[in-house]
Design a protein around this ligand. Structure first.
Ligand code: PLP
Length: 406
């Protein structure tokens, strides 16, 4: 394991308490942040500045699918950093890491999804998709699901399925309608005014809600009939997390546009909006430069993402997901656990209420397990570890969780 760097003793923050500094100088978005001071993160562990290790059960919220700081990812980052960093805004110069990564993604996606627009984040991928759908169809309406999460920028917020988070920021994007995921009402609402339908392949922040395959097939058919584009947000479900490389593969349907993020960059910040070349080319005219980004597809991020995808495929991590999911189910049995919902290593452990969840999370931290809750399911503990987590680590983590519940 890494030797932790004790920043305070290095004199960097002394004599002021780092927690005070953190709250003073870093914009705060929650009243009680965990504020664990990280010294290093390797494999499936976080280490704090006191040298205490935590089994990471959330992998940076579905980001670190190949584990923290995988040596091949680090090597790719260093190699690219030695060659060039930023050279030009998106789409003007040929940059080998961008090209190689786009080609590799296209190779592992259905043939119709062959054109990749790299962004800096998942929310930006969502924004780009909403724009593309508007540009292609010229239609005003967007249909999204209650309890969906697509990011926090204004467009992504407008399609978020929570009135609690939307309301304080009105006015939002017009023309957005929300319906219940898996409902007939959702399908019936798609009509000739609908430009796009945006759903998460598996609703994550809702506490892991899977689509009914028949519902998804009917939704796909209705979109096709009505000429609406189907956008599927694979930002948490992608990159093997659900037990297939892409979540939509479980359901035998083909989206028109796919959104990627989170694990895409292997730990570096990245998003992508992927569609067919026929759709994507609308960004090239009327207006020219229909979508722009300075840093999207940064060469170092692309190099890291390409290496991470290579690791995912070479180490067969996706194929190990179902067994690990089953192991978690078999171990997470306790009178206080009301339900365990999962799609691969995207799992929600439901307790009685949020107070109980927060208490357990705090105790888990004390016992060396790091986890979290869900935005729209605050009575659930999130379990979305690196896919590299071992059976032994799963056993240890579950034993510690159960001890907290006792
Ligand atoms: N879509 C889903 C399903 C997400 O879980 C997230 C982030 O949690 C996003 C979109 C937004 O991604 P980002 O935080 O990179 O903007």
């Amino acid at each position: 394991m890494h030797q932790p760097i004790i920043w305070e003793t290095a004199g960097i923050f002394a004599p002021m308490n780092t927690r005070q500094l953190f709250q003073q100088h870093l914009a705060q978005t929650s009243p009680e942040p965990v504020a664990l001071h990280i010294a290093s993160a390797t494999g499936n562990y976080l280490t704090d500045i006191d040298g205490k290790e935590y089994i990471d059960l959330i992998g940076g919220i579905s980001v670190c699918n190949v584990g923290h700081s995988h040596p091949k990812v680090i090597e790719a980052i260093k190699k690219q950093a030695d060659q060039y960093l930023h050279v030009m805004v998106y789409g003007e110069l040929v940059q080998t890491p961008q090209l190689a990564f786009a080609q590799k993604l296209a190779e592992h996606l259905p043939a119709a999804l062959n054109s990749v627009y790299f962004t800096n984040s998942g929310a930006e991928a969502c924004e780009a998709a909403l724009k593309l759908a508007r540009r292609v169809t010229g239609r005003p309406a967007i249909i999204a699901a209650h309890n969906s999460y697509h990011g926090h920028t204004m467009g992504a917020l407008s399609v978020m399925g929570s009135e609690y988070w939307r309301n304080a920021f009105r006015p939002l994007l017009p023309g957005v309608q929300h319906y219940t995921y898996n409902s007939q009402e959702f399908i019936d609402a798609i009509d000739a005014q609908t430009g796009c339908v945006l759903i998460e392949t598996v609703q994550s922040e809702a506490g892991i809600r899977e689509p009914d395959p028949a519902w998804l097939a009917a939704l796909r058919e209705r979109c096709t009939q009505q000429g609406a584009l189907l956008i599927m947000d694979e930002i948490q479900a992608g990159f093997g997390r659900t037990g297939k490389l892409w979540g939509f593969e479980h359901y035998g349907i083909l989206p028109d546009i796919v959104l990627l993020g989170k694990a895409l960059g292997g730990g570096m910040p990245m998003g992508a909006m992927i569609a067919g070349k026929d759709l994507m080319q609308h960004f090239t005219h009327s207006p020219v430069l229909g979508h722009m980004t300075t840093f999207g597809g940064h060469p170092v991020c692309c190099a890291a993402g390409l290496a991470a995808l290579g690791v995912l495929l070479e180490e067969g991590l996706t194929e190990q997901v179902a067994e690990k999911e089953q192991l978690l189910h078999s171990l997470l049995v306790h009178p206080q656990i009301k339900a365990v919902r999962s799609k691969g290593l995207l799992m929600a452990v439901e307790l009685e209420n949020n107070a109980k969840v927060l208490a357990v999370l705090q105790q888990c931290l004390e016992r060396g397990v790091f986890s979290d809750w869900f935005l729209f399911a605050d009575n659930c503990i999130r379990i979305a570890p690196p896919l590299t987590i071992t059976h032994e680590e799963i056993r240890t983590a579950c034993a510690r969780i159960l001890a907290c519940l006792d």
